[in-house]
Design a protein around this ligand. Structure first.
Ligand code: AQP
Length: 334
């Protein structure tokens, strides 16, 4: 089914803002380790980003910037494929076919949709259809493995179901994608409300640390992060704020929670936070420097995206032609 003897990995981020240390520690840092072993496709999913309110000029700018952020985080375009989802029309085309195989009830069960509708803001049908588009993103390249966080497991399950349904209705076509969960991936929480995850689109700027935040800003945000009652630097369900800071420090330093707890035994919250800020600033320094050096190089970024698009387009066309033939569409004339 695939040209490559290597397994294919596909995973994505939405260009909805500058990446946070949550996106980095929970996802991209781990993706960067896969490029030597797997054939990796990392689409920038701009079509998913328009399922929620957005500003067109910002989306365009954020999509370009996301390529630079990916490269800065270690996704080497020489070793993996970076491209824009909307540049490969097969994503939308396959989503339509898969949508026609997806019972309404399956989409109504998606907890992410239910959560977003519960917030009461106006909902469009694109948001409802989001999991089908995600299934198309994956199946269009016959991906073997999909690195996902807990929050995306249900969507991947839907992709697996729809692939199985297609194979059983129309004969074997798609591989059934498997989740790939990095054992050490952190779930980074909001600095202002550790009951929710850190999100790049959070309107409260104090809640997130962005990959291009300056050392001063990082220092301020961490010093103002909410902590918990008591004064001990210790992880636990009764101390979500401190646990989050410890886990951020683990992510950047590679040290375990236990080691950090012993180091900070008897140390107050203020000094602990200063140390967390230093580690985050040092961890982000090379990323910020690389980002600044590539973000303005439009010719280089365009070259990366153009090459990515060509590779993705070729792969997508192969699968899509097969799908069109199987579902009974007349062969295209070009
Ligand atoms: N706080 C987080 N901790 C760990 N992992 C996270 N991811 C996101 N936030 C955290 C992981 O980052 C990858 C890319 O995410 P995405 O851009 O596709 O969408 P998202 O999960 O909705 O990320 P955000 O930052 O919360 O975006 P917005 O604000 O637009 O909704 C995924 O692998 C995700 O699990």
């Amino acid at each position: 089914m695939s040209d490559s003897p290597r397994k294919t990995v596909l995973t994505a981020a939405q260009p909805t803002g500058i990446l946070t240390i949550g996106n980095y520690l929970g996802a991209i840092k781990h993706w960067a380790k896969l490029v030597d072993e797997y054939e990796c496709l990392f689409p920038l999913v701009d079509m998913h980003a328009i399922t929620v309110p957005y500003v067109p000029a910002e989306l365009r700018q954020r999509t370009r910037s996301l390529v630079a952020q990916y490269i800065a985080c270690g996704l080497d375009p020489e070793k993996c494929n970076l491209f824009i989802q909307s540049h490969v029309t097969g994503h939308a085309e396959l989503a339509w076919v898969l949508g026609c195989l997806t019972p309404l009830g399956e989409l109504q069960r998606m907890t992410q949709f239910k959560d977003k509708t519960a917030k009461g803001s106006p909902i469009n049908s694109g948001l409802f259809f989001y999991p089908v588009l995600m299934a198309a993103d994956i199946l269009l390249y016959n991906a073997d493995l999909v690195p996902v966080g807990e929050d995306q497991k249900q969507h991947l399950e839907l992709a697996r179901n729809v692939a199985e349904r297609f194979n059983s209705n129309y004969s074997e076509t798609f591989k059934i994608p498997e989740p790939k969960i990095a054992a050490t991936a952190a779930r980074v929480l909001s600095l202002q409300d550790p009951a929710k995850k850190m999100s790049k689109s959070d309107e409260n700027q104090g809640a997130t640390i962005l990959l291009n935040d300056s050392p001063d800003v990082i220092d301020k945000k961490i010093s103002r992060a909410v902590t918990d009652s008591g004064s001990e630097v210790k992880a636990g369900s009764d101390k979500p704020g401190v646990t989050n800071l410890l886990s951020i420090m683990c992510g950047f330093s590679g040290r375990s929670i236990e080691e950090l707890q012993s180091e900070f035994f008897g140390v107050g919250y203020g000094d602990f936070k200063k140390r967390v800020a230093e580690v985050v600033i040092e961890g982000l320094r090379p990323i910020r420097e690389k980002f600044e050096s590539v973000n303005d190089d439009k010719a280089y970024l365009d070259g990366v995206l153009k090459e990515g698009e060509e590779v993705a387009q070729k792969k997508a066309y192969k699968i899509l032609s097969k799908v069109h033939r199987k579902v009974g569409f007349v062969e295209r004339f070009r």
